[in-house]
Design a binder for this molecule. Sequence first.
Ligand code: SAH
Length: 225
Amino acid sequence: MTDTELLGIGFTSRRTRDRLVRRLADAGIVDQRVLDAIAETPRHIFVDEALAHRAYEDTALPIGHGQTISQPYVVARMTQALIEHGIPERVLEIGTGCGYQTAILARLIPRVYSVERIAPLLERARERLRRLRVTNVQLKHADGTLGWPHKGPFGGILAAAAPRSVPEGLLEQLAEGGHLIIPVGSPAGSGDTQELLRLRRSPTGYERERLEQVRFVPLLSGTTP
Ligand code: SAH
């Protein structure tokens, strides 16, 4: 990737990105740190060249293997919910996908851990993050339902795929006072939407807060080579 590609020209330019940021602000994203991270992160390098001209629309786009890059609004909303009560030192992301959300987190969180169950997606994400010179992220090919036990506990966990109910392992790996941001419910294909939840670990249990209705790909168990 050349510097020009990273910088972006025309439909991938900083001005195009700023338009997306204004749209997110209008949609209710109030955290300037999140808006700045989105303004500074080129989204077009995370999608296929053929889709690059749509990278700054506020929509999910296909990234292969039946998966999608999350809608910018949803990335912003989840990130805002994650850091609203303070920046966690360590965050675990479930579902690296193309690595876009990972790149946003890496701008805000000192140490980011991200797991993906589809090996080729993870390898492409690794390559993109390297080109962006992101160095505070560790990636792993694994089933994120189980979290990343040896790296926990985490001050924050963010899941980019939806289980039917919150996985026990993720709750266990949450530090006290930490937040888990996760969509929960029936698979998107069933016509139902899922609920985006924020769970906070307190000394005595978990506090649960509903954020909004969302549509995510399902959280599947196991890995694919
Ligand atoms: N934030 C990502 C979203 C990708 S879609 C992006 O913007 O690109 C969700 C991802 O979660 C998919 O890549 C899917 O393969 C992955 N996923 C689903 N179940 C998983 C699991 N159990 N462990 C790890 N990753 C999982």
